[in-house]
Every structure is written in structure tokens, then in C-alpha cells.
Design a binder for this molecule. Structure first.
Ligand code: GH3
Ligand code: MG
Ligand code: MG
Length: 348
């Protein structure tokens, strides 16, 4: 069972690498959507997708633009397989660290030729100890072997090593981009739910260790269903983007804005007391109320958008993350039943 899982991981890494190289060749930007399309293309698990891409490659000489990728993504890839996305994310995160180390090793190859063998052995051993992921070990070995082969061929050593280095740098940048983008909500560009969960772990741990203040605002757009029904989903999406931006613009520094789901956002405020968090909540509420969306097609502003907010303070000595969230949720609920467009603190 374990072996089977490892084999799949190693396969996923091989696909990831191949997809990134292919994207580079085709000048495809490594956004998560694009990456997802090309990952599936390489994996060959969606036959219709491959057929369409192959047709596209055969009949057109133009680049496969972001628009084409989005079209392919929506047509074939959505809804994404969450397990696989997670596997790709984990792989890319770990790979970044490892690639950094490989870079150092290649750098050292470019130095004193006499001590190559000795150095390589030492570094590879060191690296192997650090990498626990067998898939990454495989990848590191492959790159190092290639560098060793270049060294042994003795020809134009430094320029080839430079090339090898460039490839690693590119791969590293691409993976970094994929990882960053994988933490962002596709529509509103604020952090997504997964990133929020990581941040919650980090900040609640910090608060437990340092007994520092930590508050959460739970934000929900009022009567958004009616809004969608009246103006359509596309305008609704524009509103979501606008609200996301208003939230980001109102908070600052270490504050963390995420889309919790649907038309709900969560904001984490480290080192902030409940009283201050209520002030931030009120600023956010006002800011959204004053934000007007202009409709280019009809030349008029859409209805006023309002939000309800619930505020909770983390209790480091007794709260789990789930309890913390549910208190913010309850406070939000009380804002709703209290008439909406308001900020309510947790009840004691
Ligand atoms: P309340 O004031 O009680 O929160 O009312 P509501 O209508 O906002 O709440 P409800 O939960 O009934 O409906 C949420 C709506 O949000 C329904 C759904 O169409 C809309 N929504 C969720 N995600 C998206 C999205 O990504 N885009 C758009 N346009 N609408 C969305
Ligand atoms: Mg809601
Ligand atoms: Mg709502």
C-alpha cells in the first residue's frame, strides 16, 4: 500500500516536471489553471482533453493563450480532483526546497575540478539525508546525475553547467509560482480556504505560545442571492472581487484576508484585541457600503452592497481552531438576525 502511494507520488512529480517543461516550450504561463490543464495533458487521464489539445497543436501555429487554457480547464478539468491538486501542491512546495539545495551543489561543481568526485559524493549523501520524499529523491538524483555526466564529458563544462543551472532556476520559479497561486482564490485573488487553514494553524499556535491576541472577522455579503437573481452571476462575481479588494484595502500589515467559501470571507487579525477588531470590522463594513459597482453595459451603478460581520477573539488556553471559527460564525449569525449591515462581537 505504502509502496503504491510512493509510486503514485513519484509519477505525479514526473508529470509535474514534464508539464512545466512543456509549458515553457509553448510559452504557457505557469498559472494554476494552465498548470492543471497541462498536468492532465501529460498524465493523459482525460482523453477528450488530450484529443482537443492535440488537434489544436496540429491545426494552429499560434501560442496556446491563457484564454484557450481557461476554456480547456472549464470544459474538461472542472470540477478538479481535490486529492490530486493537493498532491501537486505538496510536491511543488517540497520541490522548491530541494531545488534550492541542488542549485548549491551545481554551484559547487563549477569550482575546483580536482575535488569533484569527493564533493559530489559528500553533497549527495547530505542531500539524501534531508530528502524524505522518494519522488524528490529521484528528481534530485536525476538532475545531479545529469550534472555529473556533463562534468565527465569534459566538454564546455561551465557553459553546460550554466544551462543545467538555468533549467533548475526556471523549474524553481515555476514551482514557486504554482505554489503561490495554489494558495489564492481564483476569482477574488485573496487567500483561499486552504491557505486560511494553514494561517489559522500558524497564528493560533503563535497565540498559544506567546499568549498574544488574535481575532477573526467572519464576513458575509447580505442578500447576495437576491443580488445574483436580479443582476446575474457575472455582475455577482464582479461584486465578490470588489468586496475582496475592499477588505484587503482596509486591513494592513500582518492581517490576513481569505475567501472562506461562496460569498463569505474570513479575516485574521494577529496582535489585535477584541475592541480593536470591532473597529476594524466597522471600517470594513463602511468601506464596503461606500463601494459602488459601475455597470459599463447600462451606465448605472448597481444596488448598494452591504456585509454582516461577526468578530471573535481566540482564547489560547481553551480554544480549538474549530471553536474559534464557530464563535465568529455565531456572531455573524447574530449580525444577520439583528438586521444585517452590522458588526457583532462574540457573546460571552
Ligand atoms: P444572507 O444575507 O442571509 O447572507 O443572504 P444571502 O442571499 O447572501 O445568503 P444565501 O446563503 O442564501 O445565498 C448565498 C448566495 O451567494 C447564493 C449564491 O448564488 C451566491 N454565491 C456564492 N458563491 C458565488 C460566486 O462565486 N459567484 C456569485 N456570483 N455568486 C455566488
Ligand atoms: Mg453565506
Ligand atoms: Mg450572504
Amino acid at each position: 500500500m505504502k509502496q503504491e502511494a510512493r509510486k503514485m507520488e513519484s509519477q505525479a512529480l514526473a508529470y509535474a516536471r514534464k508539464a512545466l517543461l512543456l509549458m515553457t516550450e509553448r510559452n504557457v504561463e505557469p498559472t494554476p489553471v494552465n498548470y492543471s490543464v497541462w498536468y492532465h495533458y501529460v498524465a493523459g487521464d482525460i482523453a477528450a482533453l488530450n484529443k482537443e489539445i492535440d488537434k489544436f497543436l496540429k491545426t494552429r501555429t499560434l501560442n496556446i493563450t491563457d484564454d484557450v487554457n481557461i476554456y480547456l480547464y472549464n470544459k474538461y478539468v472542472v470540477p478538479p480532483d481535490h486529492h490530486e491538486v493537493k498532491a501537486v501542491e505538496n510536491t511543488s512546495q517540497n520541490a522548491q526546497t530541494v531545488l534550492g539545495e541542488i542549485m548549491d551543489i551545481i554551484d559547487k561543481f563549477s569550482g575546483d575540478t580536482e575535488h569533484y568526485n569527493h564533493q559530489i559524493d559528500a553533497h549527495v549523501t547530505q542531500l539524501s539525508q534531508k530528502i524524505t520524499d522518494p519522488a524528490l529523491k529521484e528528481m534530485a538524483k536525476e538532475i545531479i546525475n545529469r550534472a555529473v555526466a556533463i562534468r565527465d564529458s569534459g566538454s564546455a563544462l561551465s557553459s553546460k553547467l550554466e544551462e543545467s543551472k538555468k533549467e533548475v532556476v526556471h523549474l524553481k520559479n515555476s514551482l514557486e509560482k504554482v505554489t503561490n497561486e495554489a494558495n489564492r482564490d481564483f476569482l477574488t485573488e485573496v487567500a483561499n480556504r486552504k491557505a486560511l487553514e494553514h494561517k489559522l494553524e500558524e497564528l493560533t499556535t503563535q497565540s498559544r505560545v506567546n499568549s498574544s491576541d488574535l481575532c477573526m472577522l467572519m464576513v458575509d455579503i447580505d442578500h447576495f442571492k437576491n443580488f445574483n437573481d436580479k443582476f446575474g452571476h457575472q455582475i455577482g462575481d464582479e461584486v465578490l472581487k470588489k468586496v475582496g479588494r475592499a477588505l484587503v484595502d482596509t486591513v494592513k500589515g500582518k492581517d490576513f484576508v481569505a475567501r472562506y467559501g461562496g460569498e463569505e470571507f474570513a479575516i485574521l487579525l494577529p496582535n489585535t484585541t477584541l475592541a480593536s477588531a470591532l473597529v476594524v470590522g466597522e471600517n470594513i463594513r463602511k468601506n464596503v457600503e461606500e463601494t459602488r459597482l459601475f455597470r459599463k453595459d447600462t451606465g448605472v451603478f448597481v444596488d448598494e452592497i452591504t456585509i454582516s460581520v461577526g468578530v471573535a477573539r481566540f482564547r489560547p488556553d481553551q480554544d480549538s481552531v474549530a471553536v474559534f471559527i464557530s464563535r465568529a460564525d455565531n456572531a455573524l449569525y447574530r449580525s444577520k438576525i439583528g438586521g444585517r449591515n452590522r458588526v457583532t462581537p462574540e457573546s460571552f
